[in-house]
Ligand binder design. Sequence first.
Ligand code: NAI
Length: 408
Amino acid sequence: MQIEPLIQGVVARSAHPYGCRASIKEQIDYVKQAPQIKQGPKRVLIIGASSGFGLAARIALTFGGAEADTIGVSFERGPSDKGVGSAGWYNNIFKDEATHHGRTAINVVGDAFSNTVRTQVIEAIETYFEGEVDLVIYSLATGVRPNTDSEELWRSVIKPIGESVTGASIMLENDQWIESTLEPATEDEAEATIKVMGGADWESWIDTLINAESLAEGCKTIAFSYMGPEVTHPIYLDGTLGRAKVDLHQTSHALNLKLANFNGGAYATVCKALVTKASVFIPTLSPYLLALYRVMKEKGTHERCIEQMQRLFTTKLYGQSKVPVDGERLIRIDDLELAPEVQKQVSALLEQMNASNFKELGDYAGFKDDFMKLNGFNFSDVDYSQDISLKTLKTQTVIKPNCTQHSF
Ligand code: NAI
């Protein structure tokens, strides 16, 4: 069969295995020629390693100068009778590239909230990392977290708090600009979002690793956050996600105290807004992304996840005598996005942008291209007319949900 792009609303329902491989290779090529990471970590655990920032961090740390070995946790679907599987499943092919490069890369595919996955990770650290990690990257983006004390699931919501918000979203399925009004979250919804996307699970992972004596001297941990300019605050910083991120920032301070015992540190890292599987879900954020992409590309300051991560490790987290942080002890890698001249032009574009001109005024082509590429489409060197057998994909991959490695 030929694998075609299939989008439902803002969700990709298909992924191209060879396009995902091309995406990994493109990112590897970028970090190889970028300024190199100095004094980087050698043994890295990445929780949420199969797409977005987590995957980019994994590529940067392996190929961008640190020569790190990695254990990557992800929750992805392999090929089955129901479909070809998720892009993240095929992105885990990173393992093969790392192995060819002489590095160890272990994929743990399963629910990061479960004890099973934690046990598998500790075992992998024992087996492949001589029992210790130098860096833990927490990069989960998810809508649900099981409450281990009950049968209940906490579900996060992306809603404003206090007042409703009206704005546009762009349906990638049919390129339509849709105006909608989001009603404010209830207190229960806001609390559930903190449970899912706040710092509690990050802290619980670090506690698990401390108890298993898996943290090396000097071990650092980071998790990703977003703040954005004022125009995004009603839906982000002042909304349910923002509350969860404030909780994550507070958790970073608590973890920093715990990691001081290892002469290490914990940091929430504020990143740039980008098209990822998670971010296209955020209602009303898309027009901002379109304007931001246009302005930053024109200025030559646009970065994707991979450029963000390489810059984070070379200029902030490693090779400096002290990790540079702002007044709230956050690492800021969103500086280029928030540059006043960028934001002035973005605001001017947003004031004029509407359903009939968003493709011309904003960088819709770039936004959509990024989304397609996330799912392995739009790569010029991939032959999309080639026949791919689902049976072959299934037999070439290990599709047990909690396998420790797979390849195709
Ligand atoms: P993504 O959707 O591209 O990647 C999420 C990762 O989490 C994937 O590897 C997925 O397999 C894994 N995952 C999800 N649920 C899991 C589970 N239960 N068990 C194991 N693995 C699971 O997300 P993205 O955008 O890279 O987000 C990562 C972090 O970066 C989030 O905290 C997000 O808020 C933050 N961030 C994102 C920005 C953006 O514009 N995309 C901007 C700033 C911060």
